[in-house]
Design a protein around this ligand. Structure first.
Ligand SMILES: O=C(O)CCC(=O)C(=O)O
Length: 312
């Protein structure tokens, strides 16, 4: 007699519940966050604020000849010829040079301090919030060196407290075919999962046995905000359009009185020093803002990152 195990394909749900009304009912917001490990806010950010960030990022893609200028630049039509052999740098979607230009933009570092963003986390935590300065952008140009982001939990890459929440913000409409983020509700209760090596941002894939949880996908619109705790399992969908860039940012927040690992205070991928990135900023108030907090640093633990190769 032979035995075989068949892996159950997870259910896919399209469309999140909108948690915006719960910002007026903190207890319910916290209960939902605790139950699902994520929250979704439809149109919370003013479209014009998000679109200005998009406009400036598109300007960088134009400068580096990655998007076409014979069509509306805001639509992000890719210059296929120029990106074919592009070496994408560390899950950012673009070259190191283009990513450096982006990290110098004040507006990109100011968006996480938007009053609507701070409102989410002051309501969720009920105490002072620390936005991490290590802000990340994904300029996911469809090209051979860019792969969808694998199934993962952020905690192994961030460490510090597990109570870090990622805000994933689409910079423009991102229908599912353009490759937005999908989350697995309730997956934060699985604990920190083992990983194996993978292609795509982060380079590590969480090993999911038959956990019986669905995936939730979304057709994102400009102004939407998705947020999830660092142990929530998520991934990006593939960009099936193939001719348009997917732009998003991911910012992180935690209660200011919980542990933080030092690299969360450094520029992403240490692409430059803060002094270098700040050089052209017209105003000073956001420079080194985290120094006003009395932070508790916790050490990096390589063992957390490499709980590898568990067999289901
Ligand atoms: O946008 C992506 O492809 C990856 C984002 C992500 O995994 C995150 O924000 O934690």
């Amino acid at each position: 007699m032979s035995t075989s195990t068949t892996k159950q394909e997870p259910t896919i749900i399209v469309g999140f519940e909108d948690a915006t009304p719960l910002l007026e009912r903190p207890e319910e917001l916290r209960a939902q966050a605790d139950r699902d490990g994520y929250l979704f806010f439809r149109g919370l950010l003013p479209a014009e604020d998000v679109l200005e960030v998009r406009r400036q990022l598109m300007g960088i893609l134009v400068k580096h000849k990655m998007v076409r200028t014979d069509r509306d630049i805001m639509e992000g039509w890719v210059d296929q010829e120029n990106v074919r052999d592009m070496e994408s740098w560390g899950g950012t979607g673009v070259t190191r040079e283009a990513y450096y230009d982006l990290q110098k933009l004040q507006i990109f570092h100011a968006l996480p301090h938007h009053p609507q963003m701070l409102r989410i986390y002051t309501t969720l935590f009920g105490r002072p919030v620390l936005p991490h300065p290590r802000n990340i952008a994904r300029l996911m140009v469809p090209c051979p060196s860019n792969r969808p982001t694998p199934v993962h939990q952020d905690f192994i890459h961030i460490q510090g407290t597990q109570n870090v929440w990622t805000a994933w913000i689409p910079l423009g409409d991102i229908p599912r075919e353009l490759g937005g983020l999908a989350v697995m509700p309730g997956s934060h209760r699985l604990g920190v999962l083992s990983v194996s090596q993978a292609e795509g941002a982060g380079g590590l894939e969480a090993i999911l046995c038959d956990v019986g949880l669905p995936w939730i996908e979304e057709n994102y619109r400009v102004g939407d905000v998705l947020t999830f705790i660092s142990t929530n399992v998520h991934k990006s969908l593939p960009n099936q359009l193939g001719d348009r860039v997917r732009l998003s940012v991911d910012y992180r927040y935690q209660p200011a009185d919980e542990d933080i690992e030092e690299k969360s205070l450094q520029p992403h991928m240490q692409v430059a020093t803060w002094d270098d990135l700040y050089a052209d900023w017209p105003t000073d108030e956001l420079k080194y803002y985290w120094k006003k907090y009395d932070l508790t640093l916790s050490p990096w633990n390589e063992v957390i990152r490499w709980q590898k190769e568990k067999i289901c």
